[in-house]
Each structure stands twice: as C-alpha cells, then as structure tokens.
Design a protein around this ligand. Structure first.
Ligand code: NDP
Length: 263
C-alpha cells in the first residue's frame, strides 16, 4: 500500500456491493489499496467474497488500520452478506457500518444481474428481478448511507450503470431500463446533495471480462468495439477510485464511460 494514500484515505470507510466477483471485487481491492477500510458485500457466493478479503489482507495486512472494533475486526476489510433487493437487509447492513464506524464515506452500488430475453418473451419475474436488484437495490442501499453522509457533510456515491443503458440493446429491455434508471437517479441525487460536499456519479462499463459476459460471442463482439478488445475489471475500478478521490471533488452527476469507445 502506498504511504501517500494511507495518509489521505486511511480514515475512510467504503461499502462495495457485489464485491466477491468481477468488477466489484476489483473495486474493493483498488479502494483497499488506497488505504480505505472496505466492506465486501456479497449475496450467495461466500467463497468468492472470502477470496476478495484474503487478497486484500495479503496486500494490506491483517493488522493495519484504525478500526479495532468488536468482533468484526478482520483487518482493512470485512465481509457483509446481504441481498441488495431486500430493503430490510440493506438498512440493517448500513446501520451496522454506521454503528461501528460512525460513518460511511464511500458507497459503490455495483451489485447487478441480467436476465436477457426479447421483450415479447419476457415474463414478469425477469422484469422484476432485474429492476429490483439493479435499480431498487440502489434505493435500498443508498438512502440511509446518504442520510449519514449528509450528517457528516462528506461522501462519495458511485453507481455502476452500463453502456447498454445508454445505447439500448435488443434482448435487454429490463437490464437497459434498470441501468438508464440508475443514470437518472444519479443525476437527481447529485443535485440534492451537492451542497453537502457529497458527489454522486455513475460509471458505465462496456464489455468487461467477468462472469456476466460468459456465454457471449466475444470474438465477434470485439470487432464492434473501437479498441478491438474487451475491458478488464481493473480498468473500471480505476475510474471508480478516481471518482472517490479528493481530485474529483468538483465532479458530480456525471456518467463516465469505460467502454473502449463503443458509445
Ligand atoms: P458478475 O456477475 O461477475 O458479479 C455480480 C456481483 O453482483 C456478484 O458479486 C454477485 O454476488 C453480486 N450480486 C448480484 N445480485 C446481488 C444481490 N441481490 N445482492 C447483493 N449482491 C448481488 O458481474 P460484473 O462484475 O460483470 O458486474 C458488476 C456490475 O457491472 C453490474 O451492475 C453489471 O450490471 C455492471 N456491468 C457489467 C458489465 C460487464 O461487461 N461485465 C458491463 C456493464 C455493466 P454473489 O456472487 O454473492 O451472487
């Protein structure tokens, strides 16, 4: 861990939803590497979340940091299991963080799913599960977190949306609706809280090499990407870390594409 980051960010507490795998895992590792204390949220895949935790501890050590509180102490990061589509679970999780640390500095709303079908074939449960996770999940996690940020007059919210929500993709009406909704929510919330030194931004990845794109014909897809390759989770994480930094304090309500030039 670089010492200049430790000096600046070691008192900050971050929550990354869906941090066991893919983009969320890369974001958790990158935030921890800059000295923040990171809560690694997961829903079902505990083994993957534990691996994220172990990898953070391998880099950051188990005993560094300022938060030697209760039995939850595990170093510069710890696991927090909840389902972002369940309001009660989310609010309990946010309350747990605030009880332990008195604050939450950074919230990265990353957890997301897809359930692709053409609209005429789409059953209501495919619509609801994607909207409930990707969009209502944002509401469930963010409301109490932002309430605490307002009290502390400081905070960063980064929502992981998608290039799909910006351009529209056939077979993804539910997913595109959820991600476009997240962009609107980002811009509106940014205006509500800007005067309290809280920024709210979105990062919109294109095709990124994670479990989510398993099964897609990536060899064909790369031909339509100006960069002629898919992105890496670490490339998305770098954008998130920048938006969480002091240098990004005048950037709010924006959507930062990390997409190899597709839109
Ligand atoms: P993955 O499928 O690799 O990982 C998804 C993560 O979200 C997992 O950690 C999973 O947890 C978690 N998750 C899913 N549902 C819930 C839930 N209800 N509550 C809590 N956690 C949940 O996806 P990616 O890393 O690829 O995607 C991360 C984000 O980036 C998503 O919002 C996605 O829409 C977005 N995105 C991805 C792109 C890509 O090309 N990969 C492109 C554009 C946007 P668990 O493992 O415990 O189930």
């Amino acid at each position: 861990m670089k010492n200049e980051y430790l000096a600046t960010y070691s008192d900050q507490v971050a929550l990354v939803t869906g941090a066991g795998r893919g983009i969320g895992r890369a974001v958790a590792l990158a935030l921890a590497a800059t000295g923040r204390y990171v809560y690694i949220n997961y829903r079902t895949n505990e083994a993957a979340a534990k691996k994220t935790l172990e990898d953070i501890q391998a880099v950051c050590g188990k005993d560094q940091g300022n938060w030697q509180v209760g039995t939850g102490w595990q170093g510069r990061a710890e696991l927090l299991c909840f389902d972002v589509s369940d309001q009660a679970q989310c609010e309990d999780a946010i309350k747990t963080i605030i009880q332990r640390h008195g604050k939450i500095d950074i919230l990265v709303n990353n957890a997301g799913i897809k359930d692709d079908k053409l609209m005429v074939m789409m059953k209501k449960n495919s619509w609801e599960s994607v909207i409930n996770t990707n969009l209502t999940g944002f509401y469930n996690v963010t409301r109490l977190a932002v309430k605490n940020m307002i009290k502390n007059r400081s905070g960063r919210v980064v929502n992981i949306t998608s290039a799909s929500g910006q351009i529209g993709v056939a077979g993804q009406v539910n997913y595109c609706a959820s991600k476009a909704g997240l962009v609107g929510a980002t811009k509106a919330l940014a205006k509500e809280v800007a005067s309290r030194d809280i920024t709210v931004n979105a990062v919109a990845p294109g095709f990124i090499e994670t479990d989510m794109v398993d099964g897609l014909a990536l060899d064909d897809i790369v031909n339509s990407i100006p960069s002629k390759r898919v992105g890496k989770p670490e490339e998305v994480a770098a954008a998130v870390v920048f938006l969480c930094s002091g240098e990004a304090s005048y950037i709010t309500g924006q959507v930062l594409g990390v997409n190899g030039g597709i839109c």
